[in-house]
Design a protein around this ligand. Structure first.
Ligand code: GNR
Ligand code: NI
Length: 171
């Protein structure tokens, strides 16, 4: 059980493009389990490896509600293979941009292929919150944040606020 520190905006690490995973082995599974611990502690419904400073293409999601049985989902080297023309709007937040929320429009349904925690090929047809969360997390693997999908004015305001806050905490 290891909770790792979260990387927060405007840390340039969040803009790195993560590299594919070559082998799903015990060392990798340890990192995945640390990511799950970190996500549950936050708490959040998803976490990409880059948010704990690991530039590898993997992410975890758990959409189960508080008090329900946990439903950890692990996605290694995920790729969206198709997206619906239909869109949906969700109010998104990000553990790397604490306490900021904004509506984001994305494809309502996506099909993704990926490797699971055992390294086995899987595919999922996601809709609703899972579709949104999966797209939000896959964006992280490409150095993209949800604020990149909102207006430039709002984005610049958020970045400015977090830049100031990081400077005041830096001493
Ligand atoms: O905890 C999270 N909630 C959330 C809500 C709406 C859309 C996406 C998310 S993901 C976020 C956790 C996070 O930052 N993952 O990268
Ligand atoms: Ni995020």
């Amino acid at each position: 059980m290891t909770i790792k520190p979260l990387i927060i905006l405007p840390d340039p690490v969040l803009r790195q493009v993560s590299k594919p995973i070559e082998r799903v082995d015990a060392d990798l599974q340890r990192v995945v389990d640390d990511m799950l611990d970190t996500m549950y502690d936050a708490p959040g419904i998803g976490l990409a490896a880059i948010q704990v400073g690991v530039a590898r293409r993997m992410l975890v999601i758990d959409l189960s509600k508080e008090g329900e049985e946990k439903q950890p989902l692990v996605f290694i080297n995920p790729e969206i293979v198709s997206s619906s023309d239909e869109r949906s709007v969700y109010e998104e937040g990000c553990l790397s941009i604490p306490d900021y929320y904004a509506e984001v429009e994305r494809p309502a349904k996506v099909t993704a292929k990926y490797l699971d925690r055992e390294g086995k090929e899987q595919s999922v047809e996601a809709d609703g919150l899972l579709a949104t969360c999966l797209q939000h997390e896959i964006d992280h693997l490409n150095g993209v944040l949800f604020i990149d999908h909102i207006s430039r004015l709002k984005r610049e305001m958020v970045i400015k606020k977090f830049t100031k806050s990081a400077k005041s905490k830096a001493l």
